[in-house]
Structures are given as C-alpha cells and as structure tokens.
Design a protein around this ligand. Structure first.
Ligand code: NAI
Length: 305
C-alpha cells in the first residue's frame, strides 16, 4: 500500500463507551489519535476525553491501553479543537445516536478535514444516505459507516457500509487498516436500517425483554436462558442492555422506526412500558451510569455502594 494511502493519524469524536475504546485500540496499534468530546467542565475543557483515557488505562482485568499508547492520544474538546482534524487521515464519529446531532457535526467537520481524509460514523442504525444529507459530493465520496462492536477490545468485527457515492479506494483503505492495524474482520453490509447486526439484534433484545415482562420472569432467569444457551456468553439480554447503555436503546428504537418499512415485524414488538425511560431519568443508564438491570460498574465488577 502506498504511503499516501496509509492512515497516520486518526481523530475520534465522542469519548463515550465506544469512542474511548476505539481510540484506545488505534493507539495500541501505534497510530496517534486525537480524541474529542464536548465541554462539561468549563474549568477543565478536555476533562471528558482525558477521563476516558484514564478509564482505558484502568479497565479490568488488565488495562486496555498501554501507558506508551496513552501518550499517543491527544485529548481535547470539540469547541476549541475541531480545526485539528485537518491533520487526521481518518475521522471517526462516535457521538450519541441522533441524526440531527451527527449531521450538525459533519457540517463542521466538512470545513476542516483535508481533502483525502475519510470520515466515518460508528452509528448502530442510521442509514448512510440520511447521515450525508446536505453534504458536498467530496464529503460523500470519503464518507463511510464503520460500525465497531461493544466492547471494541474484545469484538473482532466491523460492519463496513459504503454509499453509492463512496470512493472504492477509500473503502479498501479503511478495510485494510481495520484488518492489518486493528485486527478486525470486516463485514461489508448494505445501507439498510440497523445494517446486519442491529437489524437482528434489536429485534431479538426487544422480543426477549417483552417475553420476560409478560411472563414475569426475573432479569437473572431471563439472562440464564437468553445468555450462553443462545450464544451470548456472560451477559444475556438485560446484561447486554447494561453494557451497551440503557440510554442508547430509545435512540436505536426511534431511528429504526423512522427508517424501517411500514410492514416490518419489528414495529409490532417495539412497545414501551415506560421502564427504560424511568431508568434513564434516574441515572440508571447501565454500567456507564449508576448501574442498570444489574449493579455492575464499567469494568464489570459488582458496585460497592
Ligand atoms: P455514549 O453516550 O457512551 O458516548 C457518546 C459521547 O459523545 C459522550 O461522551 C458525549 O458527551 C459525546 N458527544 C455528544 N455529542 C457530541 C458532539 N456534538 N461532539 C462531540 N462529542 C459529543 O455513546 P456510545 O454508546 O459510545 O455510542 C456512540 C455511537 O456508537 C452511537 O452512534 C451508537 O449508536 C454507536 N454504537 C454504540 C454501541 C454500544 O454498545 N454502546 C455499539 C456500537 C455502536
């Protein structure tokens, strides 16, 4: 592969569950990363991204990122540091699953990215065609969906989605980097709602949760059945929801309902008991919050409090 085609610096935008893990993987591969998030603490404007790096250094059972790799991660915030994406060959968007916020971010990235830079979204469910609405032809040529799986440190898979206008050379460039540098198997998916994994996964999670509620089965009992016996080691359905983030579930549901065909069977099961909304309002967003269906923290350990 020629020098011009290699990826020598990556920017990850969104330092949450997925962005932090993706940034750590890229840094572990020896490639410098710029990790950006929003400002929450005006006194310390890169606190969110820096906190994410610290989490990656601590995570059990072993630190996910080596100390040497952590030195390759520059942290910052979107308000002050977006212009720095000009130095990056691949800009990975991993912000909250909302079309409006993602589109607004791409409009800003378009002003700063260099001409050959690839921009990709880690979206779980939003079709590529919707994401690039309003963007220039040059942006569309270099835009892809690279859907990493949670947790990025263990899941050796990326769904790669290209659009009708995507440059095949850029698609090949990312597929090669994901395989060679990040050790991921790349599965090419069509630009359809939920792609492959979440088209199946969201249906399965919703159906299993409905059955548990209807039958009055406990969280533990449901996961004992919907866990290892159904090929989901360790977490089961409710545990998976905690790992993914309870707050992601309504966004996922909304984006699928907005894009699936009218006769899709998911519509019949996508019901809402109000429980998920109450959990989010009370901060029970899963492992990243105060806990979720289980009292586990981000590293999978039982909470002490
Ligand atoms: P998260 O909620 O854990 O993190 C999102 C981060 O983005 C937060 O730190 C937030 O402050 C930041 N953010 C929000 N708006 C921003 C903006 N305009 N500029 C910069 N930063 C901004 O979300 P999570 O779970 O990491 O999801 C991120 C993306 O990855 C979503 O599109 C989601 O659908 C997708 N995804 C999530 C998976 C999961 O298991 N959680 C799995 C695969 C994909």
């Amino acid at each position: 592969m020629s020098g011009a085609a290699t990826i020598s610096r990556v920017c990850v935008i969104g330092a949450g569950v997925m962005g932090a893990g993706i940034a750590a993987q890229v840094a572990n591969a020896g490639v410098p990363v710029l990790l950006l998030d929003v400002v929450r603490d005006p006194a310390d404007r890169s606190a969110v991204a820096r906190g994410a790096v610290e989490r990656m250094l601590k995570t059990d059972p072993a630190p996910f990122m080596s100390k040497a790799a952590a030195r390759l991660v520059e942290t910052g915030n979107i308000e002050d540091d977006l212009a720095k994406v000009a130095d990056c060959d691949w800009i990975i968007e991993a912000i909250v699953e909302r079309l409006d916020l993602k589109q607004a971010l791409y409009a800003k990235i378009e002003d700063h990215r260099h001409e050959g830079a690839i921009v990709s979204s880690n979206t779980s469910s939003i079709p590529l065609d919707r994401l690039v609405e309003g963007r220039s032809e040059g942006f569309r040529r270099n835009f892809l969906i690279t859907h990493f799986f949670n947790p990025p440190r263990y899941m050796r898979l990326i769904e790669l989605v290209s659009g009708t206008g995507s440059d095949p050379a850029q698609v090949a460039r990312i597929a090669d980097f994901a395989d060679r540098a990040l050790g991921k198997s790349v599965v090419r998916a069509k630009d359809t709602p939920g792609f492959i994994a979440n088209r199946i996964g969201t249906f399965w999670i919703q159906a299993a949760m409905n059955a548990a509620f209807d039958l009055g089965v406990s969280v533990e009992e449901a996961d004992a059945i919907a866990g290892r016996p159904m090929g989901v080691p360790k977490t089961g359905v409710f545990g998976l929801a905690d790992l993914v983030g309870i707050d992601l579930l309504p966004h996922l549901k909304a984006s699928l309902l907005a894009t699936l065909p009218e006769d899709d069977p998911y519509r019949a099961i996508a019901r809402d008991e109000g429980l998920i909304g109450r959990m989010i309002a009370d901060g029970f967003t899963g492992r990243k919050g105060k806990g979720g269906f289980y009292r586990l923290s981000a590293d999978g350990q039982r909470r002490k409090e």
